[in-house]
Write a protein that binds this ligand. Sequence first.
Ligand code: NAD
Length: 257
Amino acid sequence: MEDKIKEAADFLKHSRFTTAFTGAGISVESGIPSFRGNGGLWEKYDPKILDLQHFLNDPAGSWVVIKQIFYDFFGMAKPNAAHLILARMEKEGMLGRTITQNIDNLHQEAGTTIISEFHGNSKKLTCLICHRDYHAGHISLDHFPPTCIECGGILKPGFVFFGEAIPQLPLAEAYEAASLSDVVLIIGTTGEVMPANQIPFIAKEFGATIIEINPEPSAYTDRITDIFLQGKAAGIMLKLEKQLFPAPLNDDQDRVD
Ligand code: NAD
């Protein structure tokens, strides 16, 4: 493993443009379960709660469950070492863009600024009628469904539901990053969710080296991954950090390793 970490670090150090592509696995060590697999959210909840038509048919009932998962529970999570090290890589010019499928805002809380959110962000609520956006923290979630202060329309979480289109801007940013990348660092994704899962494949076609971190093989591992760092995101990223930077992270944020 040490040799593979060194090899991965060498690619990252010499890359002109690196993209990080992250999924639910990067936030597992922050206490947020993934959707699939052991302990995943779909063991406890029915995926239909994220179906747009289901939400539109019963916004109040949907909001009861959505609040439990995405606001009461996700709201407590803090970035872990993997989020923080990606933010450090960006700050030190070693990471061109982070593309995330996550909706938990933890990359931004860690300090990442160049980010494309494929599936939106749970911290934003949007009015279905006038499309005004609100920060979730500014809206009371005591009564369901929450409504727009301006027009009274129902507020929908700012993440992409099943049956909803991917926002145009992150899509365009992600395709551009894929075509520019010398290296793609994939962290914690099964690679099963379309169309986000295409980004590493596109980058590979443009000649990128693919480095992947995951405790389990994914849809990428046997097909396009050049260096598979098998393990949990935070632990592997801490080892990579030691190779990438001579000095330890120097900021006052708590690290959840
Ligand atoms: P997924 O649930 O399908 O798969 C999670 C992946 O993470 C698996 O490959 C698993 O082996 C890996 N993993 C588990 N623990 C890990 C760890 N400690 N370190 C690194 N990897 C680990 O997730 P997905 O592929 O991202 O796609 C599902 C969809 O789920 C995405 O669209 C995303 O929007 C959504 N989602 C987001 C969050 C979040 O925002 N944190 C949480 C759950 C699901």
